[in-house]
Design a protein around this ligand. Structure first.
Ligand code: FES
Length: 263
């Protein structure tokens, strides 16, 4: 057990464990008296696929230092294919974390069966130590990192990324409406490119929420070429998500349109 008496920082780790395998594995770990750090707060869910990218990114926004997802081994999911979807979603979550600048290895996916109590103990111990080495999450102290994680969160909720991550497994295993199975590597590339675009657009919206900003200013903050920022703004204006404010001199600025709010 971790020594919490010294007053030193201790990693806050949230564990989502599926009811049928990982949570049962954690139970067995307890009754078998295997030791593991008390840093983890275990949350029981019916299947690992219940955990959305939005929930995980929200937890990182709230200041968690690490998130562990535990599910049944591939082929053993109680709902047949749930953990295949989890695997694909975790790839998307890690990709979004990379875009945000928060270490992607603060998130981990592990398969633990109901009979693997000792394995559960080893995973939690090793992951907690890994998070300890990474240090405390800076999300709540660093405004710019918080904006980027919030943008990653918003991007995960876009129709495009939800549709792609929800259909990825089916497109690879069963095929599209024309019965053509997509090449997994090709689909990964499509999802990577969509993730980057949606993240950048969400970040533009995040940065322009409280203050109208010019293309040049956004490009400077985001370290993106201005032509790329402008292309995103054209798309956001077409979707009625951003509006042009009265130009200051000859430089137009853009402000996010709040849903249900005034422009
Ligand atoms: S029930 Fe365990 S991963 Fe689906």
């Amino acid at each position: 057990m971790a020594d919490k008496t010294s007053g030193e920082w201790e990693p806050k780790v949230i564990g989502f464990l599926c009811n049928w395998c990982s949570y049962a594995g954690a139970d067995l770990c307890g009754v078998s008296r295997y030791q593991y750090p008390t840093n983890i707060r275990a949350v029981r869910v019916m299947c690992s696929t219940r955990i959305s990218p939005h929930l995980v990114l929200d937890i990182f926004k709230a200041g968690a230092d690490g998130v562990l997802l535990g599910g049944c081994h591939i082929g053993d999911c109680h709902y047949i294919t749930g953990n295949y979807y989890t695997e694909k979603r975790v790839r998307l979550m890690k990709r979004l974390l990379e875009e945000s600048g928060l270490e992607a290895d603060r998130l981990r996916l592990e398969w633990v069966s109901a009979s693997e109590g000792e394995k559960f103990s080893k995973i939690v111990t090793e992951f907690t130590e890994h998070v300890r080495k990474l240090g405390p999450s800076k999300v709540k102290k660093d405004e710019s990192l918080m904006a980027r994680v919030a943008a990653a969160d918003d991007a995960s909720e876009t129709f495009r990324l939800r549709a792609l991550s929800g259909k990825e497994f089916g497109l690879v295993t069963k095929g599209n409406v024309y019965n053509n199975k997509l090449d997994p590597a090709e689909l990964d590339k499509i999802i990577d490119s969509a993730t980057e675009e949606e993240f950048e657009r969400s970040l533009i919206l995040e940065l322009s929420r409280t203050k109208p900003r010019s293309v040049k200013e956004l490009g400077g903050i985001m370290e993106l070429p201005t032509d790329k920022v402008l292309r995103h703004i054209v798309v956001l204006r077409q979707k009625n998500m951003i509006t042009m404010e009265h130009p200051e001199g000859f430089t137009p600025t853009y402000k996010t349109i709040e849903i249900g709010g005034e422009q």
